[in-house]
Design a protein around this ligand. Structure first.
Ligand SMILES: [Zn+2]
Length: 143
């Protein structure tokens, strides 16, 4: 019997629980999306765009709303993908090391693809790439 690296793959009940959590989040995201879209399409916004004095401010506001829409849409896509994964028997293993992602972590962040170890490794690499060597990449010779 294996004693090290025990695989705690998700049970069916855990998968169902995660799917329910994701469904709730999907609903929230959809509600948010429709209220954001209403904001963009509202008569008030349209009128303001046609009034030169307000147009610039409204334009900035619209850009920020449409950025939020993009972000929420992306998030919704990830949720949908993970929901489908779970439906197809996703076992809760990390994409990088194949170790199990703790159920609590999945509950807190249902769309994650990595265990805590790989996730924190990734964050360190990000810091190294973008933090400690500014402009480094700009001086790399073209391949
Ligand atoms: Zn991992």
């Amino acid at each position: 019997m294996e004693t090290l690296g025990v695989r705690q793959m998700l049970t069916k009940a855990q998968r169902v629980q995660l799917m329910k959590e994701i469904e709730k989040e999907m609903e929230d995201h959809k509600d948010l999306l429709s209220s954001l879209r209403r904001q963009i399409n509202s008569d008030e916004t349209r009128q303001a765009v046609e009034t030169p004095d307000d147009a610039a401010t409204t334009h900035e506001g619209l850009i920020s709303v449409s950025r939020t829409i993009t972000r929420v849409t992306e998030c919704l896509k990830k949720l949908t993908r993970r929901w489908n994964d779970l439906k197809n028997g996703f076992d809760g293993l990390c994409d990088d090391c194949g170790g199990d992602i703790p159920f609590d972590r999945l509950l807190a962040q249902p769309t994650t693809h990595h265990c805590i170890t790989c996730k924190s490794k990734g964050e360190k690499e990000d810091r190294r790439d973008f933090g400690h060597a500014p402009g480094h990449r700009a001086f790399m010779p073209m391949q």
